[in-house]
Design a protein around this ligand. Structure first.
Ligand SMILES: Nc1ncnc2c1ncn2[C@@H]1O[C@H](COP(=O)(O)OP(=O)(O)OP(=O)(O)O)[C@@H](O)[C@H]1O
Length: 339
């Protein structure tokens, strides 16, 4: 149905559950009453799709637009351009009053479990609230059953011990489990998890990532895992998308991209992963120098060119299109474009 309109972005799959085509989401900022409105081009012509039950890891430095893109895919912002399709329906311009069905099927898990759950409510209410808001579950007894099932799923056992606890009585990891429970209790088809472990102790990170993967697989959820830490992406490994300064730099199967990255920025991110082998600890790592550019006034041509060790004249002049570099890996880099 959308095949013709998305044909310019062949890494999109028209059968996917979530399709964002040439998305633009710019924040408008005004410095003073009489100054001109400026735009932060946080998502600037990005196309991405996620299939049912598929996990896509979205990687990029701080400020590259990952959160903005995740929220754009959840239609939490108005788009400045492009289109958003969910389960075959165009929701680009849908009014909030027309999105109740989508709000039920698409959920978000935030970085900070403190901010995501109300400290004055007990765990039973925190988990029950989405059911009440969306009119799911019927009677109070049925809802309680669903809450208990969810507590089992997020491995807060025995559930009865947690029902009447308050968030401050739980550890950071347990609170993040509750936030995950709140996201899955409605049995969503799509979850955006925005840096879900970056505020947790290293010791509980893997536990939470393993839990996320387990519920994602069990419930066949289309999953966007947002992180600045490419090494944690191995837990969510179907495909990987690299974002740089509001633009897609590379997308492809996780294993293939990590083994042989096409874009110099992806190469730098992979080079910077700490080596677990202590004997390699003092070997030089090629960490990409410089700072990401301003998104109010991004550089002409390729946005990565001021930091790219391979920058050529054309990179300073023209924006590179995304091209297929090899079997399913697409990258936006002039090094891979035959002129
Ligand atoms: N509400 C806002 N108003 C104006 N600019 C914003 C707003 N939110 C984010 N930005 C800007 O948009 C750009 C992208 O931010 P975003 O938070 O999406 O990036 P990110 O990759 O998720 O970074 P981080 O990992 O630090 O959260 C940044 O330049 C940021 O300063």
């Amino acid at each position: 149905m959308y095949a013709s309109s998305i044909a310019d972005s062949p890494w999109l799959n028209p059968n996917h559950l979530v399709i964002g085509h040439r998305l633009k989401m710019w924040y408008s900022v005004q410095a003073g009453l009489f100054s001109k409105t400026r735009y932060v081009r946080a998502v600037d012509d990005v196309s991405i799709s996620i299939g049912k039950g598929e996990t896509v890891a979205m990687i990029g430095e701080s400020g590259s637009g990952k959160s903005s893109l995740g929220r754009t895919l959840l239609r939490l912002y108005k788009l400045n351009g492009g289109s958003l399709i969910f389960d075959g329906k165009d929701i680009t311009k849908a009014k909030e009053s027309e999105l109740a069905w989508f709000r039920r099927r698409a959920q978000m898990i935030f970085q900070d479990p403190f901010s995501a759950i109300n400290p004055f409510h007990n765990i039973k209410f925190i988990l029950e609230e989405p059911l009440i808001i969306h009119g799911v579950g019927g009677s109070a007894a049925e809802r309680e059953e669903m809450v208990i099932r969810t507590l089992n799923e997020i491995k807060l056992n025995p559930p009865e011990d947690y029902l009447y606890k308050y968030p401050h009585m739980l550890s950071g990891g347990q609170r993040q489990r509750v936030a995950i429970g709140r996201a899955i209790i409605l049995r969503p088809d799509f979850i955006v998890a925005d840096e879900p472990v970056s505020m947790l102790d290293a010791s509980v990170r893997v536990e939470i990532l393993t839990l996320l993967k387990e519920v994602q697989q069990k419930m066949n959820i289309a999953f966007l895992y947002i992180t600045h830490d490419i090494s944690t992406a191995k837990y969510f490994s179907d495909r990987i998308a690299i974002l740089y300064a509001g633009k897609l730099a590379e997308v492809g199967p996780y294993r293939d991209v990590v083994k042989d990255p096409a874009h110099p920025y992806t190469q730098a991110l992979i080079e910077a992963i700490p080596d677990p082998d202590p004997s390699n600890r003092f070997h030089d790592k090629k960490v990409v120098g410089g700072e990401p550019p301003s998104l109010v006034n991004p550089p002409r041509g390729c946005r990565f060119h001021p930091r790219c060790p391979f920058a050529m004249d054309i990179c300073r002049r023209e924006e590179p299109p995304m091209v297929e570099v090899k079997n399913g890996i697409y990258a936006a880099c002039w090094l891979h474009i035959k002129k």
